[in-house]
Design a protein around this ligand. Structure first.
Ligand SMILES: *Cc1c(COP(=O)(O)O)cnc(C)c1O
Length: 429
C-alpha cells in the first residue's frame, strides 16, 4: 500500500502532483508520503499489538531527522548501527531507553556515548566486543545491557550482500559458540546479558526464516537463563520485505504469526527493528531526462539521478519500478506488470551522469520513448536510497520532501557546491 498513484494522466504523492514538486524543488528529488510511512508503522504496531513490542525504526534505512522524528512521535524507538546514527536518533528526540545499538565494530567512544545515552540494548556481536564493552562500562561506573546477537546459520534468503544469517558472515555469534561465551560473563560487573538478538537479513519475502530463527531463539533463551542470565528481551531484528517488482511483500501479520509464539513461550518483551518495511514504499526518486541516445544497438535514457543517489541497482542488482511521471496519452499507468511486454515500450537502459558503467537505475527495461525534460519516477526508493547516497563525482546530494495530504515541506535541502568543499576549504594552505 502506498500513496503514489496516477490520476488524470499524472503521478500524485497523496494530493500533490509530483511534477509540481519537481518544478518547485528541482531534481533529482526524493519524495516521501507521510500517510504511507505511518500506514506501515501502524501495520507493524497492530500486527504485534498483543505483546506490546518495542519497535525500533532502523535509522540506517533512512536517517532523515524529520522521518525519524515522525516515527518517534508515533511511538517507535530507533535501531542504530553507529555513533552517527545514535546522534541522529537523539537529535530526533528518541528517548535512550527506546534505542538499540547493533554493529560488529563499535568503537570505545561509541560505546561510551551509548552508555551515557542509556540505550535499551547493545546488540553485541563478538566475544571481543563483549569484553571491551564490559571494561568501558565499568570504567564509567555503568552496567551495559546486552542482547547477544546470534547468527542462526539459516539457508540463504536474499542477496549475498544483505544476507546476515548464513554461516560465515561477519554478523553475530556463531550459534555453536554463543553459550560458551555467555557462560564466561555470568556475574560480570560491567555487563548484564538481558536479551537475545537475531537480524536475519533483508529484504525477506517469506516468514519461514523467522519461524526457524524463533525456534532457535527459544532454545538459546532457555539455556542462557539456566546459566543465570536474566533474559528479558527477544530482538528479532528487521528485514521484512517490500514491494519492489509487484505486490510481492508479505503483510506484517504473516511475520507476527511465526514470531508471536516464541514471545509467548519465552515471556520476553519483543523488540523489532524494521526499516525498509516502513520507509521503502513510502519514498520515490524523481529525476529528469537529460538526453536520450542509441549506441551499440541499445537505447539509453540519460537522466539526472545517478548511482550516487540510488546505489541499490548496481550494488545489489535490485529491481526498482520506473515509469514516467506524466505518461503520454494512451500509455498504461501503474499498476502494471513491469516485467511483461508493455505495448509501445522498448527495452532501454536508464542511466545517470556518473562516470561509471555501473551507473544505472535499470537495464533493458521496457519503457516508452522519452524526451529531454521528461520526468521519471523510480518507485520504492525510500529505504537505502538517500541513506546510501554519496558525493561521488562531486555531485551534491538530492533534496528530500515530505508530503502530508495537500502540503509538502522540505526535510533536507539540496546540498550546494560550498557544502562539498566545506571540510577542506579551511585546510587549504
Ligand atoms: C539493517 C538492519 C535492520 C533493518 O533492516 P530492514 O530490512 O531495513 O528492516 C535491522 N537490524 C539490524 C541489526 C540491521 O543491521
Amino acid at each position: 500500500m502506498d500513496h503514489f498513484q496516477y490520476c488524470d494522466g499524472q503521478l500524485y504523492c497523496e494530493k500533490i502532483p509530483v511534477a509540481e514538486l519537481a518544478a518547485k524543488y528541482g531534481t533529482p528529488l526524493f519524495i516521501y508520503s507521510e500517510a504511507t510511512l505511518l500506514h506501515h508503522l501502524k501495520e507493524i504496531q497492530s500486527a504485534f499489538a498483543a505483546v506490546n513490542p518495542v519497535i525500533c525504526y532502523s535509522v540506517k534505512s533512512n536517517g532523515n531527522l524529520s522521518i525519524a522524528k515522525l516515527m518517534v512521535d508515533h511511538g517507535a524507538g530507533c535501531d542504530v548501527t553507529s555513533g552517527g546514527e545514535l546522534y541522529r536518533a537523539l537529535k530526533a528526540g528518541t528517548p535512550g531507553n527506546r534505542i538499540v545499538f547493533a554493529g560488529v565494530g563499535k568503537s570505545d567512544d561509541e560505546m561510551r556515548m551509548a552508555l551515557e545515552a542509556g540505550v535499551l540494548l547493545f546488540d553485541v556481536e563478538s566475544e571481543a566486543e563483549l569484553h571491551v564493552l564490559g571494561e568501558v562500562a565499568k570504567s564509567i561506573g555503568k552496567v551495559a545491557p546486552v542482547a547477544l546477537r546470534v547468527n542462526p546459520a539459516l539457508p540463504p534468503k536474499t542477496h549475498v550482500k544483505t544476507d546476515t544469517s548464513v554461516k560465515g558472515t561477519k554478523f553475530g555469534f556463531d550459534i555453536d559458540t554463543v553459550l560458551e561465551v555467555a557462560q564466561g560473563v555470568v556475574g560480570h560487573p560491567g555487563l548484564s546479558v538481558v536479551g537475545l538478538h537475531m537480524h536475519l537479513g533483508s529484504p525477506i519475502l517469506s516468514s519461514q526464516p523467522y519461524s526457524e530463527g524463533s525456534a532457535k531463539a527459544i532454545v538459546l533463551i532457555d539455556a542462557l537463563r539456566k546459566q543465570g542470565h536474566p533474559i528479558e528481551y527477544l530482538n528479532m531484528g528487521g528485514g521484512f520485505g517490500i514491494h519492489y517488482r509487484k505486490q510481492e511483500a508479505l503483510p506484517a501479520k504473516a511475520f507476527a504469526d511465526v514470531i508471536l509464539p516464541a514471545v509467548h513461550q519465552t515471556g520476553c518483551r519483543l523488540v523489532l527493528e524494521p526499516g525498509r518495511f516502513i520507509v521503502g514504499n513510502a519514498g520515490v526518486l524523481i529525476s529528469r531526462v537529460v538526453f536520450t541516445k542509441e549506441s551499440g544497438g541499445k537505447r539509453f535514457i540519460i537522466q539526472d539521478a545517478g548511482m550516487n543517489d540510488l546505489i541499490r541497482p548496481t550494488l545489489y542488482d535490485s529491481f526498482h519500478r520506473i515509469w514516467p511521471v506524466q505518461p503520454q496519452a494512451g500509455l498504461p499507468t501503474p499498476p502494471i506488470d513491469f516485467e511483461s511486454e508493455i505495448p509501445d515500450t522498448f527495452a532501454q537502459d536508464v542511466v545517470g551522469p556518473v562516470c561509471e558503467s555501473g551507473d544505472f537505475l535499470a537495464k533493458d527495461r521496457r519503457l516508452p520513448l522519452l524526451k529531454r525534460g521528461d520526468l521519471i519516477c523510480t518507485f520504492s526508493a525510500g529505504a537505502y536510497g538517500m541513506s546510501m547516497a554519496s558525493n561521488y563525482n562531486a555531485r551534491v546530494r538530492a533534496a528530500e520532501v515530505l508530503v502530508t495530504g495537500d502540503t509538502a515541506r522540505l526535510i533536507r535541502r539540496r546540498e550546494t557546491f560550498d557544502d562539498l568543499i566545506a571540510p577542506e576549504v579551511d585546510c587549504l594552505s
